[in-house]
Structure formats: C-alpha cells, structure tokens
Design a binder for this molecule. Structure first.
Ligand SMILES: *Cc1c(COP(=O)(O)O)cnc(C)c1O
Length: 410
C-alpha cells in the first residue's frame, strides 16, 4: 500500500516511513477478489417489492447482498451473494470502536429498453480504494468488484422500478472486523454491497434549498479525512444539520478558515455561477479545488467534464451558454460571494451529488443576514438544469456514452 501521497497531501519521508511501519505488511501474492469463485446462495424467503410510490429513501432493500471477507493472512476470500439479512459481528470488532468504516453511493438505472446500466462505476471503485487505503483497510481489484456488482444488480433486477426517475441505489461498504480493542490496523475486513430501490430525490418536482453558511462547525480540515468517504466523517455533521434545520435552513454551507472559504453543501459538492458579462462577456462556473476539504464527487467530475467538453466544442449541451463559459476550480470565499450577490452577478448556486444529481440554492444565511440567490420557478437554475438533462440522459441510455456501463438486460 502506498502511503506517500494520500489525497493531495505530501507526507515527509519520515512521516511516511512511520505510517508504513504502523501498517503491518501482508504476505505477497495473496488472492485478490475473484468473481470466478462467486457462490450464490438460494433465497429462503423472497420478498415482494413495495409499489414504487411507497418507497422511502434507503428503507427498503432487495433480496440479496454481496459479501467478500478479507484477512491479512489469506487475502480476499471467495465472494458470496446471499439473502439480505443481519450480520453477526463480535462486539469488539474494530468498526464499532474506531470507525473502521467506509462506503460508496452509486446507482443502477433501468432504461426504457429494459437495459440496466451503472454510471461511471470505475470512479466509485477508485474512490473506495482510496478510502480503504486511508484507514489501512485492504484494497481490491476494481474491475472484479464491478463485475460482482453487475451480478447482484441483475439478480435483483425486478427490484428496479420501471417508472421514470427511479433507480437502484447501491451501497458498497467496507468495515474492519478485527476482534480486538487494540488501536491499530484491522487484520480482518468485510466488504459488502446492499441495494435499495429509490424514487426521484424530489418526488414532487425540484425545490431550491436555503443554506446556513457555517464556520462554527467544520466538516473537513487540512490533513484530515474530508476527501475520503469514511463513515467517521458523517456522524459529526448531524448536530450542525439539526441546528441548521432549527434555524429554518435545509443544509449547512461548510466554510473553512478565517477567510470563510466555500467548501461543500451538506453532503454535496458546490457550484457557483457568476455573470461576468460586464467585465469580459463570460459566465464563470466555479467549484472549490480538490484538496483535503473536498470530497471528489463523481457528479462534480461529470459536471466539470461536461462543461469543458461543451466549451471545447466536443459536445453541444442544450441550456449551457453558447459562448463564453469559463470553468474554474478555484478557491472562493463567502465575502466574495456576498459582494458578487450584492452587485447582482451571482447567476445561480447549486449542490451536486449522486442522490439528486443537482440541487439549486435560493438563499444563503451568512453572519445574521440572508443573501437571496436567483433561481427559476421550477426550482432549478439554468446550468443545473442543463447538467441534470445531460447526466440523466447518459444514465438512462438515451444519450449513448462511455460513462454508461451495461450491467445486463431484462
Ligand atoms: C458522496 C459525497 C458527495 C457527492 O459525491 P458523488 O460521487 O457525486 O455522489 C459530495 N460530498 C460529500 C461530503 C459526499 O459524501
């Protein structure tokens, strides 16, 4: 495992050597995840899927789950798909005490033609491996896990509602299962994938949200773990979330440092669109750069790539400015945003993530004042809407694209 450059952060040689010494070495040549060894256990009690309109996010699970165990001595065991159900773990397992836990969020989409597709699963696998490396859990062959996820999805294909906007949310998870209270790398781990049919995030149409710009609490810190999808990053954000809700805001806009740098919105990446017609005739789309503070979202990367391809003339995306779109990954502070908003130069602000793809913002509470952000009556800004159309088109197969990976056909 290379520990020299985790995220963008450079470790000194001394720090890297120390960190490596703390992570016990695995014997060479141990087995990786091998899809050819997959065992599928027959179901004892197949369930009946709920009608699509009764689904609540993350509450209903399909018939099956995928499990792969790992140990430092024997590597990855044969994968198993079995009936969805409780795990049995020793109470001393490292996941329960020291948060050896990481996860991914991705979806399988059913196209009108009955084809079931994943969206950029390679990005989720790469991120999962980075998360694993960050907390000394084992890495794995990304293609092998994608192949197994396809098998799971196709076994449970009847659980993907055919109504538009519905999908199968997939939750690949890895936990440390070492039975020991000693603080150290986990010698055993369990990788599992569960699947949950979900409806459109905004069932009654898109709705813009109001944010509370927060510097009192932080989500991520330089040198910290905010750039990795670790379970430990999420529980500390609940109290700030409850406080934002009490004040009438939907989410926190996490600020960083004395300059009140913009980072993320709740658990979404952030985009700000600035009108620069008066200066140089451009429209600037800004998102904070990937460093320790920002989770490298698949949706974030997709939006940046789509915008850059549009600017380069590789594709034409309906709804994006025909000329003068500038794509910036740069630092932006809350005082800069507030000043631009006062001058009427903020065109739109939106969050981006797998759950809703995009969520527009219509207000930001900052230092006791509300900053209104323009948003159209249908709850989406123009660039957010253009991105939504393009990404949904690719996910459902209406727009043929290499990002769309076929799992199978029903
Ligand atoms: C998962 C997540 C995102 C969005 O990532 P996607 O891959 O686009 O779903 C953004 N920020 C945080 C903190 C996240 O956990």
């Amino acid at each position: 495992m290379s520990i020299g450059t985790l995220g963008k952060q450079e470790f000194s040689a001394e720090q890297a050597a120390k960190a490596a010494a703390n992570v016990p070495k695995e014997p060479a040549g141990l087995p990786d995840i091998n899809p050819a060894l997959l065992q599928v256990e027959p179901l004892k009690n197949p369930k009946t899927p709920l009608p699509a309109n009764e689904l609540v996010f993350g509450k209903t699970f399909t018939d099956h789950m995928l499990m792969v165990e790992w140990s430092r001595e024997t590597g990855w065991a044969a994968p198993l798909i079995k009936e969805y159900g409780p795990l049995s773990l020793d109470p001393s397992s490292s996941v329960f005490h020291y948060a050896f836990c990481l996860f991914e969020g991705m979806k399988a989409y059913r196209g009108e033609d009955g084809t079931i597709r994943l969206f950029r699963p390679d990005m989720n696998m790469a991120r999962m491996n980075r998360s694993a490396a960050r907390i000394a859990l084992p890495e794995f062959d990304p293609d092998a896990l994608i192949e197994l996820i396809k098998k799971l999805v196709m076994l449970d294909a009847k659980w993907i509602p055919s109504e538009p906007g519905y999908s199968l949310y997939l939750r690949p998870t890895m936990i440390g299962t070492q039975n020991s209270l000693g603080v150290g790398a986990s010698g055993t781990a369990l990788l599992y994938v569960i699947a949950s049919p979900v409806g459109p995030y905004y069932a009654t149409g898109f709705k813009a949200i109001s944010l509370r710009a927060t510097s009192e609490f932080i989500r991520a810190a330089p040198g910290g773990t905010g750039g990795f999808k670790l379970g430990a990053n999420y529980s500390p954000a609940i109290v700030p979330q409850v406080e934002a809700a009490k004040e009438g805001y939907a989410q926190n806009l996490w600020l960083h440092g004395e300059e009140h740098e913009l980072t993320e919105v709740g658990t979404m990446n952030l985009f700000v669109v600035i009108d620069r017609t008066e200066e140089d005739g451009t429209t600037e789309m800004v998102t904070p750069p990937l460093q320790d503070l920002i989770l490298p979202g698949v949706t974030r990367d997709s939006i940046l790539t789509i915008a850059r391809d549009h600017v380069a003339g590789k594709v034409h995306v309906d709804g994006l400015p025909a000329n003068g779109l500038v794509v910036s990954e740069r630092k932006m502070t809350m005082p800069e945003l507030a000043a631009l908003a006062r001058q009427g130069k903020i065109k739109e602000v939106f969050g981006a993530g797998t759950a809703a793809i995009v969520t527009s913002v219509d207000n930001i509470g900052y230092l006791g004042k509300n900053i209104p952000i323009p948003c159209e009556a249908d709850g989406l800004g123009p660039i957010a809407k253009a991105m939504l159309g393009r990404i949904q088109g690719i996910q459902t197969g209406k727009i043929p694209h290499e990002w769309s990976v076929v799992a199978g056909r029903v």
